[in-house]
Every structure is written in structure tokens, then in C-alpha cells.
Design a protein around this ligand. Sequence first.
Ligand SMILES: Cc1ncc(COP(=O)(O)O)c(C=O)c1O
Length: 349
Amino acid sequence: MLPMPDRPTITDALRARRLLGDHLPPTPMWSYPSLDATAGATVLVKHENVQPTGAFKVRGGLTLLAGMDRDERARGIVGYSTGNHAQSLAYAASRFGAPCLIVMPERPNPAKASTVRALGAELIEAGADLGEAATHAARLAEERGMRLVSAADEPGLIAGVATAYLEIFDQEPGLDALVVPVGGGSGAAAACLVASALAPRCEVIAVQSAASPAAHDSWRAGGTPLTRPNRTRVEGLATGSGFALTQRIMRTGLADFLLVDDDAIAEAQWTLMRDAHTLAEGAGAASLAALLTHRERFAGRRVAVVCSGANASEREILACREGRQQEQSQQSQQSQSQSQSQSPLSSLP
Ligand SMILES: Cc1ncc(COP(=O)(O)O)c(C=O)c1O
């Protein structure tokens, strides 16, 4: 068994912020009156979708590469990912001149795959899911003498990602809750790290797809990483096992861990487009889906949702629109049949 990496600290997060200052400007956090009305809460959207790779993960990749020594960088890095961690590593490797090899599960999101290649990384498609891709990546890293970068259990990644939460509490110190989407848990662990130091009264709430509940079930079991079916269609949330380091941080840091279904996530993607003029991929809309699904928990509160990524495939965007059209036509059929049955004329013979 591999030794457990050290837990990152708030000092690591502050160092990462200084370091990232040369690479990434802070991202905005906005509220939108129509979104507040839809959710019945004051909703602040943290726009990680505007990062150069379209997702928050780039903060982690740049921090990790900056912390490697010259020899280690020259040997290069290997990552396994459904897409955004891959883009983050490829982006950071290109900035620091390091070779980068990415293993993605077969049939990846074409937009994410082509960006990884365009950033100069070698891309191999292998394995039916992230677990199989990880095994493949570990073997290649060993064969080529490159550093294997875990999708979540990397203190450098967590410290880098934590800079998003330093920004959030600077931008809005009076939050009641912060809702973070979880796959491996680097984002939620980072949120716990920062909130416990800077905003202990703000609840950090994680959300995962009910179709891939490994992190949720691991957390409910006290932080022991468990393996679960991995059937979500939401790429960033599609992990089948809990990760040890992120679970250890989330175990004490999270106030709650919610599940939402994939259709609720698609509905939240649509709501972000309509009310916040924002294109989110599924994982980027999962936090809002938690607000819309568990309304009573958030009613009237001041809540930040992390729009963690924008990298929806064309198919995903079209499916979201079609789902919405079907729902609207069902609603109009229902209201037509209701108005017919309520019409005084309908009771006439
Ligand atoms: C857009 C997006 N949001 C959220 C997540 C989940 O992040 P984590 O794996 O750090 O829990 C991912 C993971 O890839 C992602 O790509």
C-alpha cells in the first residue's frame, strides 16, 4: 500500500495563491436576481468556468508543477482523468516545459480530448472507466519513469484548488453555506481546509451524483474509501472509489453531503444558462442542482455554488435543450387538459 500523503495546510493554500498570481487572475463571483428567485435563496455563483482551461482544476495543476524540481519536471507527469484534471496537467506541463502523458477512459468527451492534444500532451484512451484508466496510467508511469499524479490525493493539487476558496471568502465573507461538487474530492477538501481557517460558521456541503455515490458513501461510512457503481453521465463526478486523503479532510470539514440525480443536474445546467447566462458542464451545475433539489435546506440563506467547469460536449448541450423542450411540451399538454376540464363548457353535454 502507498503511504498516505501529508494533508495540505492553510499556509500551503496561501503560498499557492502567491504563486498563481503570476498565472491566473481571480475569477468573478456574481449573484443574479432571476436565479435567486428560482432557488428561493441568495445564490452566489463562483465562476470557475471562465478559467483558461474552462475548469477550476487548472489551479491545482499549475501549483503542482511549480512545486516540482527541475529533474522531476524533465521526467514528466502522467495523469488519468475524464477530462478537466487532464487539461489542467496538460496546460501546466506546457507552461513549465514538462512532458505530459494522459490516460482517459475510452470514448472521452471529444472537446476535452482535443484540447489535451492541442496543449501538446500525449493522450491514450484506455479502460472502460476512471478506475481502469488509473491502472493503465500507473503502469505507464512506472515503465517510463514519469511521476503519476493522482486525480485527488495530491496535497499540491488540493493547495492549488484551495485558492478558489480563499477568493470566495474574500469576495463574500458572510456566507451561510458553500456547495461544492465532488468526484474525487479535491475541490471539497480544499473548501474544508479554507473554511475551517477563515469562515468556520459557513457550512461546507458536498454534492455528488446519486448514480456514482462512492465519495458520498465513503464519507457517510466515516471516511473509509469505498467502491461503488459508477453510472453517472456527468464526467467530472464519475468516480467509482473514494480517495483516502480527500476523505480524511472531508470527514471533519463537511457539514453535509447531498446526492442529486443526473436529470436534476441537466435541469440546473439549463437554469444556469437561462438565469445566469452561463454555460456549465454537468459537474459545474451540480451545486445548483443540490439547491434546487433540497430547497428547504437552503431557503432564504446566502449560499455560494461553485460553477466548477464549462466543458460541456456538443452532445451534452443539445441533450440539455431537448430535455427542456420535452418537459415544456409535457407541461403545456397538462395545462391544456387542466383548462379543458376546468372550463364551464367542458361540463356541458
Ligand atoms: C468541472 C468539474 N467539477 C467538479 C469536479 C469534481 O472535482 P473533484 O474530483 O476534485 O472532486 C470535476 C472533476 O473532474 C470537474 O471536472
